[in-house]
Design a protein. Sequence first.
Length: 344
Amino acid sequence: MFATTRTPCVETTPALTRRRRLLSTSPSALKVTPLLKKRQKLLQRRLTTEASSTTSSSPKRKEEEEEDASSDDDDFFTKNDALARRLPLYFGSSSLTLLLINRVFSNVAPTLNAASSQSRADVIDVVMSATLILTGLTLVSIAPRIPETVIMDGYDVNYVDSSLSERCKEELRWSGKTLREASKCASVTVVELDDEKDGEMSGGKVVFYDGTCCAKDPNALFENETRQIGSVCKEVLTSGKQNYMANANLFPGRFEFIQDDQEMISLIKSNNNTATTAKTTKNNNNKKKGFGLPQNSQAICCVAVGDARLLVLSADRQRGFTKVDQAWFELVAQKLDNAFSSDE
């Protein structure tokens, strides 16, 4: 169903390799937004140009790309961002100081005279110096804070529900690998909702998890366990619009996705005692909070996959997902919805 674009064997950069994998899906099989359609055309055009080039020109092109990348890294303003922001302040202060020195030691009268060309030039210099000083103060005061990447508290796991068909498993594995390579995703989770009771969402279960998880054994956490569906998830499913928490620490809704401390403590204790595990599994039929995301998840994005599933993604730094990343999430969600719908 999904055609793969084949190109001649030429040397390419890792970025182009990732883009080829993302373009392996046929655009006609999905509902593509204008932004994604434009980006796919640009990427396809670039890949076509790469394929039409001869093999002998590949080393030269690779050297040119490396030179472009190194030139971007060696850019003065990129490497010295703090100094670059203060340059207008330094130039404005220096210009104003030199103007005052010139006014004091010259033979020009200390009072301004409209008929004097020197006085008119000094007025223009004062205005320009004041503009540079104010611009420098503004740039220094609004210097953006670069978010730091944190080490996620958890284990790298890959969990797929055994009850799913082989096609769905393959699509889920492809989605997890693609999203983690093409964006800053630290974990990719798919939650399947249970049948509604009395018109309300009763709960759901995690059918796929790829990335950093709070539990070392995902089977003990997700196998035959029903998770609670909170207000954020219900709103996403009802409206069909994704919910992006750029700084998860500021949103109380993050507790719908991260794991409950009491459950983690009981899970650790039960893993140390096999008999206790069987007893806990038998007696614990209540719906539990969280989808396995680590406690220190910095950004969380929740996307609806059709009407009965959710795609939950986390990042290891604040504002980890860009607008383009969020558009890709929507595209992957549509692809997963097509796979699940055709299997039902």
